[in-house]
Design a binder for this molecule. Structure first.
Ligand code: HPA
Length: 283
């Protein structure tokens, strides 16, 4: 099977989309990606069909704990949602095209909207652990771009993609109507998998970050390149390095994720319902 890491990632994504569309019997409208702590959404939303990502051309099974390896087809109102139960991260070493393969596949499969979720370290003590936030903007500190390499084949947009409104204001407003307690902030994307140093967190604060994490930014850039509308949601699983003086641990991140799973899963399901209603009104 061809990997999404080879030279024409768009061709592999198109093949993947054809496979998914055939398996699920039609095109989809929205891609939702479940990050750590968001897995409960998969049980709140009734899937009509599901496949293991290992069956789909170019997909890599996520190796991060708390990330599933299934793509589900879910009906939310009039929308058909592709629900990916786990993502591939840059730090897994499969290359940037593997990280954004699901986004490109979803676009070829008809999706115009992407909802990304993640677990993040929080720089805002006033928000606290367990807080949820919509991402208003990002700072990409990974050193990577999904648009590195050959230009995308015509008629796709070229490589100089505008990111002034990367995270849709319309979708952020919809999310905040669903849950007015949602915070809003800037996400700084690191490569990982190590956590940041306290000095890096101090620098992140000076640069305007509210949240730090190891995902989301590549997927957002790839989605905007394809003209998709992006909503990204973070669950603050810990205060960022150096804030409390305590050491950070992956187990703590998973524990908070598990404890919040029901709440954030329901939140995501409700947001998807509102997006469906708003898109219905828009169309
Ligand atoms: N840093 C980076 N990624 C994370 C963190 C963090 O503190 N918490 C959860 N994901």
């Amino acid at each position: 099977m061809q990997s999404a890491g080879v030279e024409d990632p768009y061709k592999v994504a198109q093949q993947a989309a054809e496979f998914v569309t055939k398996k699920f019997g039609g095109q989809h409208d929205v891609l939702a990606v479940l990050g750590s702590g968001w897995a409960h959404a998969a049980s709140v939303l009734d899937a009509t069909n599901e496949i293991s990502v290992t069956e789909i051309p170019g997909f890599t099974k996520p190796s991060a704990i708390g990330h599933g390896g299934t793509l589900k087809s879910v009906k939310v109102g009039n929308s058909r949602v592709l629900l990916l139960t786990g993502r591939t991260h840059l730090y897994e070493g499969h290359g940037v095209n593997a990280v954004v393969h699901a986004v490109r596949t979803a676009w070829f499969a008809g999706c115009k909207t992407v909802v990304l979720t993640n677990a993040a370290g929080c720089l805002r003590q006033d928000w606290g652990v367990g807080a949820t936030a919509v991402i208003s903007d990002h700072i990409n500190l990974t050193g990577f771009s999904p648009l590195t390499g050959a230009d995308a084949p015509a008629p796709l947009h070229g490589r100089f993609v505008d990111l002034t409104d990367a995270y849709s204001l319309r979708l952020r407003e919809i999310a905040k109507q669903v849950d007015p307690t949602l915070h809003e902030g800037v996400y700084m994307g690191y490569h990982g998998p190590h956590f940041e140093t306290p000095a890096e967190i101090r620098a992140a604060r000076v640069w305007g970050a509210d949240l730090v994490g190891m995902s989301t930014v590549m997927e957002t850039i790839a989605a905007r390149h394809l003209g998709m509308e992006v909503l990204a949601l973070s669950l603050a699983t810990n205060l960022a390095a150096g804030i409390t003086g305590e050491k950070l641990s992956g187990d703590e991140v998973l524990e908070i994720g598990k404890a919040s799973s029901q709440r954030v899963g329901t939140l995501l399901a409700n947001i998807l319902k509102q997006i469906d209603l708003a898109n219905g009104k828009k169309n």
